[in-house]
Design a protein around this ligand. Structure first.
Ligand SMILES: [Zn+2]
Length: 352
């Protein structure tokens, strides 16, 4: 398998390309970050925040921004930064994937917004519908996470519209990982309907995943709201350097955010918010022959933390093992392992 000569990203990552030196498009995009005038970007950010603080004041709205929150390291940091660093008053909105969370994940989800004195909405769906959507997601795209990946985008948009909170603060820009429809650092990426379709939907529309026995209107929470409304959904990583380890440091010390060892990687702070991320890694492995350690190790090479040789050893150890979490997933979703394997493999043939 061909890999980037600088990091270890493989040619199978959707949307990747390589230049004549064999260096991948993700590495090249991330080289830009070094040249930014971060002070200037901070000024731009502060102007935006000021504008929406005033907007809330004029409208008599308590909330001047909205933060989509999973309890993971990125959204915990965004929330901390919004409140403590930038003095905002966010409404916190959680699209809960409805899988049973570990005690640590539940703590991170519910206690951190409270600690920051934020108001918090947690939205979730029932088990049967979730299971049907998971199965359909595997069938159509070889990924059971369709409902979650859509819900985290559409729920905040619906709340922004209905509660008149135009400003949303997101974290890591897609420039950082460059896949289907990703944006460049120069774009100052923002979320809107077009962005949602490109980055979140990635070609899979609600029509395609409607499970048998359900009506189209059942998918309403997963659809972009119709009609005009003001939205300014920015990515914090475009305005300050995005250093995940530094973020983890801040949220563990300042907020008591809990780390956890999640199967499939060598760090203890990634994807703590989903019990079935290892299952998703397993599907990724089945489809593309790489998983989360390849991704993490590539980032760590770019940041000068590990060598390429060390990365290859980590991949050997962590990627491509059937996760123990698959047993719990099968039990919770009632999708048999046989169906899981068969549908994941068949989805690849359909997409080719
Ligand atoms: Zn690379």
């Amino acid at each position: 398998m061909k890999r980037c000569t600088k990091c270890v990203m493989p040619e199978t990552w959707p949307g990747i390309s390589f230049d004549e030196e064999g260096i991948c498009s993700i590495c090249r995009e991330n080289e830009k970050e070094i040249d930014f005038d971060w002070n200037k970007r901070q000024e731009i950010l502060k102007e935006i925040l000021k504008k929406y603080k005033n907007h809330a004041k004029e409208k008599g709205n308590k909330y001047d921004c909205l933060v989509g929150y999973s309890g993971g390291k990125d959204s915990a940091y965004i929330l901390w930064a919004a409140v403590k660093k930038y003095g905002m008053t966010p409404l916190v909105a959680t699209f809960d994937h409805s899988f049973k969370l570990s005690e640590d994940a539940e703590h991170n989800l519910m206690e951190i917004p409270k600690k920051l004195n934020c108001d918090h909405i947690r939205f979730t769906i029932g088990n049967d519908f979730r299971n049907a959507l998971c199965k359909k997601g595997i069938e159509v795209m070889g990924d059971f996470c369709w409902h979650c990946h859509n819900g985290v985008g559409t729920l905040p948009a619906r709340i922004s519209m209905q509660w008149d909170i135009p400003l949303q603060i997101w974290g890591e820009p897609s420039a950082k990982y460059q896949t289907y429809g990703a944006y460049s650092y120069d774009d100052l990426e923002e979320q809107d309907e077009e962005h949602y379709k490109k980055v979140f939907q990635a070609g899979i529309t609600p029509e395609m995943v409607l499970p048998e026995g359900y009506e189209f209107r059942d998918l309403l929470p997963f659809m972009w709201p119709q009609g005009d409304f003001e939205l300014k959904a920015i990515y914090l990583g475009n305005f300050e350097p995005w250093d995940q380890r530094e973020h983890v440091d801040i949220i563990t010390k300042e907020l008591g955010w809990r780390t956890a060892k999640v199967e499939g990687t060598y760090v203890n702070w990634d994807k703590v918010d989903c019990p079935y991320e290892p299952v998703r890694d397993w599907q990724k492995w089945m489809k593309f022959k790489f998983a989360r350690t390849t991704f993490q190790a590539s980032k760590d090479i770019r940041e000068g933390r590990i060598t390429r040789e060390a990365a290859l050893k980590l991949i050997e150890k962590y990627d491509g093992n059937r996760p123990r979490a698959l047993d719990a997933f099968i039990k919770e979703t009632k999708i048999s392992e046989e169906d899981f394997n068969r549908l994941t493999k068949e989805s690849m043939k359909k997409r080719k």
